[in-house]
Write a protein that binds this ligand. Sequence first.
Ligand SMILES: [Fe+2]
Length: 485
Amino acid sequence: MTHFLLNSLLMQRRAFLRATSAAAAAAGAPSFLLSGCGTNLPKADLVVDPNIPWWRQHNFGPVFDELDETDLKVRGAIPPELNGVYVRNGSNPQASDNTHWFLGDGMVHGVRLGGGEAKWYRNRYVRTTFHEDGIGFGVPQGPNTYANVSLVYHADRLLASGEVGFPYELNPSDLSTVGVRDFAGELNNYFTAHPAIDPATGFMHFFGYGFGPPFLTYCVADDQGTLLSCEAVAARGATMMHSFAITDRDAIFWELPVVFDLSVLSETGWMFRWDADFGARIGVMPLGGPASEIRWVEIEPCYVFHHLNAFRVGDDIVVDVCRYDEMMNGERFGAIDPQLRRWTIGTAGEELTFSESTLSERNIEFPYSDRRNFGRATRYGWFTSLRDHPETLDPAGVVRYDSQTGMIDEWEPSPYRQSGEPLFVPAGDGEGDGWLLTFVYDRSADATDLVILDATAVGGGPVAEVRMPRRVPHGFHGTWVPDQA
Ligand SMILES: [Fe+2]
């Protein structure tokens, strides 16, 4: 995209913000009213039935029909520069008796935006072999998987991916399933839910972890989606390795003590367990390989699903992570109380060094950075804030963390509302200039809105909210598929 075009988009965005602020002022309506933000509402008690797993209750429960709706009600003003499709993936079990939140058919929910309008909402199951064969519980392998965790748009392909197994390609125009994406038969191991696209090359770096040797593989696809390389990485064993990081020259893995163990399945209904004795370590290797050059450094046992970003500061690598003290220790989940920590890995010496500091003690998850700078230094991060609840995951609003000042800017909706991952869509050329898109569920109305926030002014509340034709269950990760220029 040319500099001129970026400047043009920035000007459009500023003009839009001025116009919508003026309109709100003229109507005597402060912008927070758009959010339905009832600050006068009493603190809601989220009652959880202890006899039913929390991921089958409230808005974690599945929906079963596939809808197409074009008559969508909008509050506020949708930024006209948002031309594309917002799509989000999640676990939506057909049988609704899944033994874990992570075990359920992939279902995507999408909203088409264009010219300041919400054109349609659709939801579709991902037509995996598990779904087509009606398999409620299975150990994923190859095309036999759930494809229920994330979406990635790369090389003009929209891919739905699960934790393990192959991704499935979807058609962004109607969210139908094109088929399994096995990279022309070249993919012979697994595919993570969190591939990393290097903004400098457009290459997609990804890993896969499996339940038997090789436990970990690292692959690179070029900007056309052609698989360039796949190689085994020496791992200690099968662990739940949910994501990894890249910098402009490194690939970084964290091998943490949530280990694969089928022997606990009958007891816990789940196939991983905490094992502090397994140890924990971080591996650093050159971006693109070879994997033989990986170096490891031991760290204290902990667990990390997601990182915000990673980048080089001279010989040091910085990785900002949502860190748990432990995970799946004797139960299927454990306390959901992640804190934002900064890992600093020194690479100058023969041996790696490691240190850790706390950036924020707030419980925040689903990190998102301006991915135009993925792997490079970034200042801002957006997260979902979590309410303190001992029995369930209770997401609240959206926060922006400023790593330069340590300040948090926060949109706290009513206590009945629960936000998902804040997906950043760039608009303008400055880091963090853009919009945040997320589904927000309202328990008091049993309804879901697609909420759009100004990424530079999160605390100002939504600029627009699009009411979905019915609730959208809580899910995991989404992406933005822009219209072709
Ligand atoms: Fe994830």
